[in-house]
Design a protein around this ligand. Structure first.
Ligand code: KG4
Ligand code: ZN
Length: 351
């Protein structure tokens, strides 16, 4: 099966599930604008995202962000044929701001509304690669601040979770370790930069689960970094520690993904989500896939960390298939992705 035919109406997309207020305009697989107002600076004062404050900041930013997305795409609101919005999973207050804005737009301009699962958006980000045929099925490694999953994309809209983290997400491991090492936010990016001059063999860290599993565990890594930081005190070599941590996460993600494509005989792998912006991870998976003759896809950097263009791309596929939601669409904090059941295990819901 090849890529589905995607019609090319203009879609306005909105994403406010966590700490980025984002809007984008897409035409089929073409991203015409992709505006992101990050709250990272705002939340830094508390050392993390405060849900009520996030909603308030979204509320202030959403109008101007949508206007910028339309202006940069060079389109009028009346040109838009559908509006897409992340309605699950995420912080309810934050999601509600985007959802309310999307409903208001849909009513005002009398266009259909589509609610998109945040992780489907991350997976659909590879559709933003220009002129690339995306094979179906393929395996998607979703690595973000809240999720680490290996998902078989049987078709767009038909997903099966094959492997997942049993505790922390990969992005969470980067973020927590960065905080312990006194590095900035976002943690993954700060570690990537610090690691440039570091020795990845200096501090051996645990790989998590043993045996030939395709699940992940990152909580032991956080504890190991904490012990190392405490033991070394002022003597800690931050670049070496960052490089060692990054190398460990990259090794685990690469090994398990390759094991999964081989075990389930899937000839293509995509790397998506905020952690997919990591240069070392992109390189490692690209090399491993090339060696194993597996096709490899990863979105351009701007479509890895949270953005609305990926929500528009997912909506373009659904809209082409005749799908839309009504104005009763609700925000949901948690939601199982698609109709998936886990291979050989009971259905899981995503945290
Ligand atoms: O997908 P995302 O933007 O938000 C969620 O849905 O969670 O992912 C955010 C995560 C954060 O944990 C952040 O530290 C990580 O992506 N991240 C990175 C890099 N850039 C962002 N991790 C590793 N290397 C990077 N360059
Ligand atoms: Zn995300």
């Amino acid at each position: 099966m090849g890529s589905p035919e995607i019609l090319e109406p203009l879609i306005l997309a909105i994403e406010t599930s966590c700490d980025e207020t984002a809007a984008a305009v897409v035409r089929g697989r073409t991203v015409l604008s992709n505006i992101i107002a990050s709250q990272v600076e705002f939340h830094r004062q508390w050392g993390g995202v405060v849900p009520e404050a996030a909603a308030r900041v979204h509320l202030e930013a959403i109008g101007p962000v949508i206007e910028s997305a339309l202006a940069e795409a060079g389109v009028a609101p009346t040109d838009i044929r559908a509006v897409a919005v992340t309605n699950r999973p995420g912080l309810i207050g934050a999601l509600s701001v985007g959802l309310t804005a999307a409903k208001a737009f849909a009513m005002r301009f009398e266009v259909p509304l589509l609610g998109i699962h945040h992780l489907e958006g991350h997976m659909a980000a590879i559709l933003g690669l220009p002129a690339v045929e995306i094979p179906l099925p393929h395996l998607s490694l979703i690595v973000s601040g809240g999720h680490t999953e290996l998902v078989r994309v049987n078709d767009w809209g038909d997903y099966k979770i094959l492997g997942e983290t049993r505790d922390d997400a990969a992005g969470e491991a980067f973020d927590k370790a960065a905080r312990l090492m006194g590095l900035g936010t976002p943690g993954g990016y700060a570690i990537q930069e610090a690691a440039r001059s570091g020795d990845p063999r200096r501090y051996p860290f645990p790989l998590g689960l043993k045996g030939d599993t395709i699940d992940f565990s990152f909580s032991g890594l956080k504890t190991a970094v904490l012990r190392r930081v405490e033991a070394e005190g002022d003597q800690l070599d931050v670049p070496d520690c960052a490089a060692s941590l990054q190398a460990t996460i990259v090794k685990v993600l690469t090994e398990r993904s390759l094991r999964a494509v081989e075990r389930f005989n899937i000839p293509a792998l995509s790397l998506v989500g905020g952690v997919a912006a990591n240069e070392a991870l992109r390189r490692s998976l690209a090399d491993a896939c090339a060696r194993a003759s597996i096709q490899f896809f990863t979105p351009p950097l701007a479509l890895c960390t949270d953005n609305a263009a990926m929500i528009g791309l997912a909506a373009a596929v659904r809209f082409s298939g005749g799908q839309q939601d009504d104005l009763h669409l609700e925000a949901m904090a948690t939601e199982e992705i698609g109709r998936s059941t886990r291979e050989g295990r009971p259905s899981v819901s995503l945290p």
